[in-house]
Design a protein around this ligand. Structure first.
Ligand SMILES: NC(=O)c1ccc[n+]([C@@H]2O[C@H](COP(=O)([O-])OP(=O)(O)OC[C@H]3O[C@@H](n4cnc5c(N)ncnc54)[C@H](O)[C@@H]3O)[C@@H](O)[C@H]2O)c1
Length: 385
């Protein structure tokens, strides 16, 4: 029998060139409880960009197949482009590895169910990289919400937009695309870069610790501000949960402000929750009590890696399983049905900064903040972009 304390899971890092480099840095720079067995990536310049790979004698493969033909892993961490996730997850499970896959897991509910079933059959967990679901403050807050400490939820909203320009879209062939190589990818700020705070709201509203809430309706407005992008890159959306709670979200990439928000507000029968960057999750109850979650500087981004390795050791599974992204996926599919309106080029100014170039839609920040203030979509209060 393997001695639990001395067992160090072998970790395969799949795609380390962009976001995945955070896993590489963590797993090679700190004791995460396991050891890197190999890296799979097709980028030709990995060795130059990441000298640690040679320093630590980490073998590099260009496909999962070539890795699994020669070696085995207890945990595969997948940070590949979204449209590759499904086939990669299946291949890792088939080869006996537990999987931590970056968000979003896949593009349809059917694929989610297929992957969940494959994980069950293989007897290996499938965890998702929605980092806020590993955040100790968020987990404590959700436990209190589920216990009814603040009464029923009434309405939720969040503004979170991040400026992204030429370099962001040039980094890969799927950025901003609806399809790539004939496959759906549906990339947008709502689908990808600014998805976390929306997913967080669906998680906090979910009826169990491992479940998000279901969504039934949507009203929304989406625009394309960057003429070089295929999909929408500005979205104002309002969903209604299965329980009838409105959830509004405002997100975009072509704006002057580097980071707008995160600025979240959630009203309950007996309290109001606020959160944002650098601030704790704070509930002010109707008796005037203030309850802060996450005063200790917050849970590190890479907590998900530590939790996944520990679960491999313990024979358990992270709470953030395949279901965690279902509401976000439902929402992405609903938003994708909206007509995309092109912003008039005269409403876009171009900002050069360093070696990057950013389209900035004039007045976008003010329109979002005014709409959010009134729990409305911009068009509902007579604002246009
Ligand atoms: N959790 C977060 O905060 C966060 C932040 C950014 C990105 N992400 C997620 O990480 C994932 C990757 O995003 P990204 O922006 O780093 O993507 P990217 O396209 O910029 O980079 C992906 C990496 O995959 C590699 N790659 C491409 N094809 C491959 C193949 N066939 N086999 C192996 N490797 C391959 C590329 O060489 C590159 O190193 C996405 O799911 C994204 O949503 C998560």
């Amino acid at each position: 029998m393997i001695e639990k304390q001395s067992f160090r899971p072998r970790i395969l890092l799949v795609s380390v060139g962009m976001f995945g480099q955070k896993y590489l840095a963590e797993a090679t720079g700190h004791d995460v409880g396991g050891d890197v067995a190999g890296v799979v990536d097709v980028a030709p310049d990995l060795a130059e960009r990441f000298p640690v790979i040679a320093e630590k004698n980490i073998p590099v493969y260009t496909s999962l197949r070539s890795f699994f033909e020669r070696d085995r892993a207890d945990l595969a961490v997948i940070s590949s482009p979204i449209h590759l996730h499904t086939s990669m997850v299946l291949e890792c499970l088939k080869n006996g590895a537990h999987v931590l896959c970056e968000k979003p897991l896949c593009l349809t509910e059917g694929e989610t169910l297929e992957l969940a079933e494959a994980s069950r059959k293989a007897g290996r967990f499938l965890a998702l990289g929605w980092q806020l679901n590993y955040d100790r403050a968020v987990l404590a807050l959700k436990r209190d919400i589920l216990a009814g400490r603040f009464g029923s939820p009434l309405r939720f909203r969040c503004v979170h937009a991040m400026r992204r320009g030429r370099n962001y879209y040039a980094r890969s062939n799927w950025a901003g695309r609806i399809t790539v190589d004939g496959r759906e990818v549906l990339d947008s700020p709502f689908m990808n870069a600014c998805a976390h705070n929306f997913q967080l709201m669906t998680f906090l509203l979910g009826g169990a610790m491992d479940e998000p809430v279901g969504l039934k309706e949507m009203k929304g407005e989406v625009w394309r501000g960057n003429p070089g992008v295929e999909n929408y890159d500005i979205a104002a959306l309002r969903f209604t949960t299965d329980g009838g709670v409105p959830v509004s979200y405002y997100t975009a990439h072509p704006l002057k402000t580097k980071n707008l928000g995160q600025d979240g507000l959630a009203e309950f029968e007996h309290g109001t929750l606020t959160w944002g960057k650098g601030r704790p999750f704070r509930v002010t109850t109707d008796t005037g009590e203030t309850i802060d979650y996450g005063m200790d500087g917050g849970t590190p981004l890479m907590q998900k890696l530590y939790d996944a390795v520990q679960c491999v050791k313990d024979g358990t599974a992270p709470l953030c399983g395949p279901k965690a992204g279902l509401a976000h996926l439902q929402a992405v599919r609903m938003a994708q049905t909206l007509p995309i309106r092109d912003i008039d080029p005269s409403h876009v100014e171009w900002l050069e900064e360093g070696d990057d170039l950013f389209p900035c839609v004039k007045g976008l920040e003010d329109a979002f903040l005014a709409a959010a203030e009134q729990w409305a979509l911009p068009g509902e209060i007579g604002l246009s972009l």
